[in-house]
Write a protein that binds this ligand. Structure first.
Ligand code: HPA
Length: 252
């Protein structure tokens, strides 16, 4: 088996627990100075390139957003040799361009989470980093993802603001209305601290958002109730497009 470092790591979100096309898979049960990641790191071959995959919530979706060991997840991927991460995030849409089924590559975020370990500088004696985060996603990787989507003929929204909420409950309509006023286009529960930690680690990081539902009160039916079944069904429908983008990204 090849020992080349993966050219890309993919973190799967809700509804994405494996990369179906990954071949010659080696599974790594990583340990890190921050504890164990959400599950095994699967390193294999996709479109002729080495790729690492990790299910953010665990492969059985057992880890809620606020309990994810984001530090261990990213460090485990780094230990596996990955320097670039494409984060798949299942989200709710807030503004009109972000309806269910849409794929997008946001360029901004607002962090509404609380109480999560959000830095590598926690340990006594560690150097305090104040990383630049004005542009939270890596511009070069974003451009490559968008170019890959264009090559693959998969429509993708370019830019938008991701609001990261605490979860695991969904938001109230008032919370989503406030987020819209704040400038958020999409809402998810896992975008932070993941993006900030990636920056601290010097890992290139971009988000490929999969819109699974209208956020509370944002769709044409303001009384709509969001169900996990609907969320998962919409993610399933979107995975073919995500796979095509991924293959084009790796081939590019
Ligand atoms: N809100 C927060 N996170 C989500 C949503 C939502 O509506 N849908 C999928 N993940």
């Amino acid at each position: 088996m090849s020992r080349r470092d993966p050219v890309l790591a993919v973190i799967g979100g809700t509804g994405v627990y494996a990369l179906a096309e990954l071949a010659d898979v080696e599974s790594i049960d990583a340990t890190t100075p921050y504890g164990a990641p959400s599950g095994p790191v699967r390193v294999g071959t996709l479109a002729g390139e080495r790729v690492a995959f990790l299910a953010r919530h665990g492969e059985g979706h057992g880890v809620p957003p606020h309990r994810i060991n984001y530090r261990a997840n990213l460090v485990a991927l780094r230990q596996a040799g990955a320097r670039r991460v494409l984060a798949l995030n299942t989200v709710g849409g807030i503004t009109p361009a972000w309806g269910p089924g849409v794929l997008g590559c946001p360029d901004q975020l607002i962090d509404y989470t609380w109480g999560r370990v959000s830095t590598l500088c926690e340990e006594p004696g560690s150097e305090v980093l104040h990383v630049d985060f004005g542009e939270p996603y890596t511009a070069t990787l974003r451009r490559e993802v968008l170019a890959a989507a264009a090559t693959a003929g998969v429509p993708m929204v370019d830019g938008g603001c991701y609001g990261a909420t605490q979860g695991p409950r969904l938001e109230t309509r008032a919370e989503i209305a406030r987020m819209r006023r704040d400038g958020c286009d999409l809402v998810g529960m896992t975008g932070m601290p993941e993006a900030g930690l990636a920056r601290e680690l010097g890992i290139d990081y971009a988000c490929l958002a999969i819109v699974a539902n209208w956020a509370a009160g944002a769709g044409p039916d303001p009384d709509e109730v969001i169900t996990l079944d609907d969320v998962l069904a919409n993610v399933r429908l979107a995975t073919a497009g995500v796979s095509r983008v991924l293959s084009a990204l790796l081939a590019g």
